[in-house]
Design a binder for this molecule. Structure first.
Ligand code: URA
Length: 273
């Protein structure tokens, strides 16, 4: 681990996400100039350096490091030529593919693939770790006790659950709720990248250690990653505690509420006039 708190490269896998969109029939993404040179959409999201390899994409503290690469922002720009119904349909096709996924061993033990749910046009996307037992049974994210708390937290920032897009780092339940393994996270990553690119939220919230560390390519604890704005592919990202952690330690409720108020305010600032 680097001890200066700098986040190592951990960007969205643009190539894989683009392959998804192509496989889904959205060949428009290869023709749209926004995916290449400095497009208005890319500029608006601060991702100017077009043409660089997706491999060089970095997540960054806002205002500190400049993400030097084409990234999912460009994919987001490309996906922005799709209408909302087209993006919803692309998400549904991606979900259908995920439902048949056998890329890792979690496929053997799952009951359902828990792809994600919510508003494909949401301004807020929350990303958890992976399905638990209840989610595995129902095929929906955050429907257990932690999910009920998440629903209340979202309501408290004026976001009924169905206006938010909810996803997880891994789409299948790790047995006994263990942490997902690196190879499982990697196998699932392009589904999440596709979700981010297609939903194009204005703000992402990473819930808990696994989501935060995966999205930021860091091994710092949540306590060090929360409290500031990060970017993932040009999208502002905030880290907060996982609702399951709040159930275990109610003392985390206050800092989580502070985080979520900041998210609410940022969404207010970023709302279209
Ligand atoms: N915890 C998560 O991280 N995700 C879920 O969907 C449920 C519990």
């Amino acid at each position: 681990m680097r001890d200066d708190g700098e986040i190592a490269a951990g960007g969205v896998d643009l190539a894989a996400a683009l392959r998804y969109l192509r496989d889904l029939g959205w060949d428009v993404v290869y023709r749209h100039p926004a995916a290449g040179a400095s497009s208005p959409a890319a500029r608006a999201s601060g991702d100017e350096a077009a043409g660089a390899s997706p491999r060089t994409t970095r997540n960054a503290r806002e205002g500190v490091a400049t993400p030097p690469a084409t990234s999912a922002t460009s994919l987001g720009s490309a996906a922005s030529v799709l209408t909302a119904p087209e993006r919803a349909s692309a998400l549904e096709q991606l979900a259908a593919e995920a439902r048949g996924c056998e890329r890792c061993d979690l496929a053997q033990s799952r009951t359902h693939v828990v792809f994600g749910c919510g508003d494909p046009d949401a301004d807020l996307m929350v990303i958890g770790e992976g399905p638990g037992a209840r989610e595995d049974r129902q095929g929906l994210p955050f429907v257990g006790p932690a999910g009920e708390l998440l629903t209340r937290i979202l309501l408290a920032i004026d976001r009924p659950r169905d206006r938010v897009y909810i996803a997880n780092i891994v789409k299948c339940r790790p047995p006994q709720n263990r942490d997902p393994r690196p190879e499982e996270v990697a196998a699932c990553r392009s589904y999440l990248d596709g979700q981010i690119a297609l939903v194009r939220p204005r703000v992402v919230v990473a819930l808990g250690r696994v989501a935060a560390q995966t999205l930021l390519g860091s091994d710092l604890p949540v306590g060090r990653l929360r409290g500031e704005w990060w970017q993932i592919s040009g999208i502002p990202l905030r880290v907060t505690y996982h609702p399951a952690a709040l159930l275990r330690d109610p003392g985390l409720k206050r800092p989580t509420w502070e985080d979520m108020k900041i998210v609410r305010d940022r969404l207010g600032e970023l709302a279209p006039a």
